[in-house]
Design a binder for this molecule. Structure first.
Ligand code: C2E
Ligand code: MG
Ligand code: MG
Length: 255
């Protein structure tokens, strides 16, 4: 906790950006903000190594708000050059249960001058289902504020289908662990296929994460998946590299 607090003070955290590709339009329509700790000695540290401690100590609220504010300003700054790109940001359990969540987000978006409809929060399936009745209220509140909500890591927790139906969410993110089985495990292929079908019949968009190969991509296209995110498109990139990635991609597709 002490180290994390110090790192926050010393501004050692950085936000990386991973593109999300819309499969119908073949355009990068959104970007997920993923935090890293750029440690002066160790170099880049992945979030799985520090988010859990930040969550326990409560520091995640400060860190999370910093990520939201930084990413919102960045995506807004890209607008003139890159056009309308939506920002997706991960919320931890503590942030999600913050009583003033909607107001905090509204303030951050206001400061960044980013419209609410260009902002999406991702909450994991386990956080959402831990207290499903409360989740329904929080999600409704966000949704009333024009903020989109995605259910992250879908398929790794326990979902109540009746709650899933009642949540005012917009997107299901199929967890990468199932996507990785495409071409190797018929079980995983069935799960991915079923989640896509279920999402569509609930009128939800579905995005597959952790897409690494052309084969997985082709499978997802053939099953009507709406969007993909993964190394096959690009890993999470520092802001400047994300910008050149988009520019290079535009040049390629317009050529
Ligand atoms: P997530 O939200 O499910 O993010 C997807 C993770 O998969 C990211 O790991 C991403 O870099 C990685 N990934 C993307 N494409 C591929 C691929 O093709 N193959 C593989 N193997 N992995 C891929 P990352 O950046 O290490 O983040 C891990 C988790 O940490 C995130 O999972 C999210 O739950 C959490 N996290 C990251 N940033 C934040 C944040 O700002 N706030 C909170 N509360 N949690 C965060
Ligand atoms: Mg996520
Ligand atoms: Mg995920």
């Amino acid at each position: 906790e002490k180290l994390l607090r110090r790192a926050l003070d010393l501004q050692e955290f950085v936000v990386f950006y991973q593109p999300q590709l819309d499969l119908r339009t073949d355009r990068i329509v959104s970007v997920e903000a993923l935090v890293r700790w750029n440690h002066p000695k160790t170099g880049l540290i992945a979030p799985s190594h520090f988010i859990p401690s930040a969550e326990i100590s409560g520091l995640i609220v400060q860190l999370g708000n910093w990520v939201l504010a930084t990413a919102a300003r960045q995506v807004r700054a890209w607008q003139p050059k890159l056009g309308r790109i939506r920002l997706a940001a991960n919320l931890s359990a503590r942030q999600f249960h913050d009583r003033d969540l909607r107001r905090h987000i509204a303030e951050i978006l206001d400061d960044a001058e980013l419209p609410a409809d260009l902002f999406e929060v991702e909450i994991t399936e386990s956080v959402a289902m831990a207290d499903a009745a409360q989740t329904a209220d929080i999600v409704r509140d966000l949704s009333d504020g024009g903020i989109r909500v995605a259910l992250d890591d879908f398929g790794t927790g326990y979902s109540s289908l009746s709650y899933l139906r009642s949540f005012d969410i917009d997107v299901l993110k199929v967890d990468g662990s199932f996507v990785r089985g495409i071409g190797r495990s018929t079980g995983d292929e069935t799960i991915v296929n079923t989640v896509i079908g279920m999402a569509h019949s609930l009128d939800l968009e579905v995005i597959a994460e952790g897409v690494e190969t052309r084969e997985q991509l082709a499978f997802l296209v053939s099953r009507g998946c709406d969007a993909v995110q993964g190394y096959v498109i690009a890993p999470a990139l520092p802001a400047a590299e994300f910008e050149s990635f988009i520019a290079a991609r535009r040049e390629r597709t317009s050529a």
